[in-house]
Write a protein of this length. Structure first.
Length: 151
């Protein structure tokens, strides 16, 4: 006599799976029926007031709104303008490299070291020369411009 292809153990496992599926479907239906949050679209809508706060009340259309010009809106950081000081300063050339074309001047009043490029020289200079110069602001700090030797 031929044996059945399905053993008793397999049959029990299938019963357990079907029971789990039915229980899961029943729990899902129960959760959907008893669900309180998110019942309607009106419950989910949020509004932003003029100060950027989130509220559940719609804005009042009769309220006057401030006009903002598009030109007044700044996006990012504004560029720094290069400013040349009209004040003539005096200093001493502490370092100058002729081959590389740059040097530094120590301001006699403030004592700060100011960079200068060879293109800003009005006449040739050497180290320890006393010079007059104006300053301009650059991204890396102050630069000396219109550098001339004091005689």
């Amino acid at each position: 006599m031929a044996k059945s292809q399905q053993s008793w153990n397999k049959h029990e496992n299938e019963k357990k799976k079907l029971k789990k599926k039915k229980d899961k479907a029943a729990k899902k239906l129960e959760r959907a029926a008893n669900s309180v949050d998110g019942n309607s679209l009106e419950d989910m809508i949020a509004y932003v007031d003029e100060y950027g706060r989130i509220t559940d009340t719609p804005p009042d259309p009769s309220q006057k709104k401030d006009e903002i010009k598009a030109e007044d809106i700044e996006i990012g950081v504004p560029k720094k303008e290069e400013t040349v000081s009209e004040e003539l300063r005096t200093g001493i050339v502490t370092f100058f490299n002729q081959s590389k074309g740059f040097g530094f001047i120590k301001d006699l009043i403030s004592g700060e070291s100011i960079f200068f490029h060879i293109n800003e020289l009005t006449e040739p200079v050497v180290e320890n020369n006393k010079v007059n110069f104006k300053t301009e602001k650059s991204p890396k700090g102050l630069n000396a411009v219109a550098v001339s030797v004091v005689r």
